[in-house]
Ligand binder design. Structure first.
Ligand code: ZN
Length: 137
């Protein structure tokens, strides 16, 4: 299953970042999936618990956001949003376009719980957001 191997790749990335940040737990994972990435968000959501089982992100919530599809037009040097089945320039209608975003899956954000916070305990849910724009697929 394609989505499962993507999930395992994602877990590697998440665990690496969590280790760098000395996190003990991953609270939330926010992904952005482009319409041309070839990744089916629903299948990915199903595969996630399997890939995350036993790892640091076992109890993490997976949030999947849509990434807009954008194309760059060679003819008029403009960028515009396009439909996945119609990669035309939004300005001149030309078809000499190339995709600038929307053909990948991005790990957009990680919410982590750190060791010190876990040790201090308490009910306050102090977590740190990690901005991350590394490409995953
Ligand atoms: Zn154009």
């Amino acid at each position: 299953m394609h989505e499962l191997s993507i999930c395992y790749g994602l877990m590697d990335q998440v665990e690496r970042i969590a280790a760098e940040q000395r996190a003990v737990k991953v609270v939330e994972i926010v992904l952005r999936i482009g319409p041309l990435s070839g990744v089916e968000p629903q299948l990915l959501a199903h595969a996630f618990p399997v890939a995350a089982a036993g790892g640091i992100a076992e109890d993490a919530e997976l949030v999947i956001e849509d990434m807009p599809l954008r194309v760059y037009c060679e003819a008029c040097d403009a960028e515009s949003e396009a439909a996945p089945n119609r990669l035309l320039c939004g300005h001149c209608g030309g078809f000499y376009t190339r995709v600038v975003s929307g053909d990948e899956m991005l790990l957009a954000r990680l919410e982590l719980e750190r060791e010190e916070e876990a040790a201090i305990g308490g009910s306050n849910n102090t977590t740190e957001d990690t901005e991350n724009t590394e490409k995953t697929a």
